[in-house]
Design a protein around this ligand. Structure first.
Ligand code: ZN
Length: 252
């Protein structure tokens, strides 16, 4: 799960922005190692290859850098899914409608990331329906293809959100739950992802791809989720900030 990439030398707006040079290094690693990379259309099919695992690539938030990433992917024979919060279209630093059309024409997948990029669990039923359908309608109007993939902003979803998304016509649901996907996840169409964040070196990237410590990492993710549920999201984030002293992010 990627968000934006930033040109080398630029200041990261947040930890989800990866320097372009790192992104290129990561894609080169995939190419040289020969690790299978699924075309976006196969992500939800759960097709396995090689040693039993394959990588799928997604990009959230419709950052303008998606255009650069797509050309880096294309030159290596890869494709990815790009999730667009449709209200962002045309804003500074974000994709325009013509960019989305061009990504689709290049063979990239386009999915919804809601309309306003809001936490979907907080919405009432009619707002939820509006977020999901409006975004789908706008994207289908641009790419002239069905839009069946949705990524939940902030990973915010529950059974009600899933049911509403299914009713709105989506078939594949991308969460921010950390992990890989097996037969169970792909059968349900509810897929986990692993964020690639700023500061991850190539060894860290290799660990994501090869998954040598998968069980430990899944256990850590579950502990974090339990802590969030027990403390409440805000208290958890305050506690984490206090415990993990990171350099303060530059102002946007
Ligand atoms: Zn997002």
């Amino acid at each position: 799960m990627y968000h934006g990439v930033i040109a080398t030398g630029g200041a990261a707006a947040n930890m989800h922005c990866v320097p372009e040079s790192c992104f290129i290094e990561q894609m080169n690693y995939l190419k040289v190692s020969g690790h299978p990379v699924l075309p976006w259309g196969d992500l939800s099919a759960g097709r396995l290859a090689g040693n039993g695992t394959a990588v799928g690539l997604t990009f959230d938030d419709a950052n303008l850098s998606d255009v650069t990433c797509a050309s880096i992917l294309q030159s290596r024979g890869y494709s990815a899914l790009f999730f667009v919060p449709t209200d962002y279209l045309g804003r500074s630093g974000r994709l325009a409608r013509t960019d989305v059309a061009e990504l689709s024409r290049q063979g990239m997948g386009i999915g919804s990331h809601s309309h306003h990029h809001v936490q979907l669990v907080r919405l009432d039923d009619s707002q939820l329906d509006e977020e999901l359908r409006r975004s789908k309608g706008i994207l289908e109007d641009i790419i002239k293809l069905p839009v069946e993939h949705v990524s939940f902003p902030g990973g915010s979803y529950n059974g009600r959100v899933l049911a509403a998304a299914r009713k709105a016509g989506y078939r594949y649901f991308y969460t921010s739950e950390w992990g890989s996907n097996g037969a169970r996840e792909t059968a349900a169409g509810v897929l986990r992802r692993i964020p690639v964040v700023d500061g991850l070196n190539i060894e860290g990237f290799r660990n994501i791809v090869e998954m040598p410590n998968y069980r430990t990492k899944r256990a850590q993710f579950h502990l974090k989720e339990l802590a969030k549920r027990a403390l409440g999201e805000q208290s958890y984030l305050r506690l984490r900030r206090a415990l993990v002293k990171r350099p303060s992010a530059p102002d946007k």
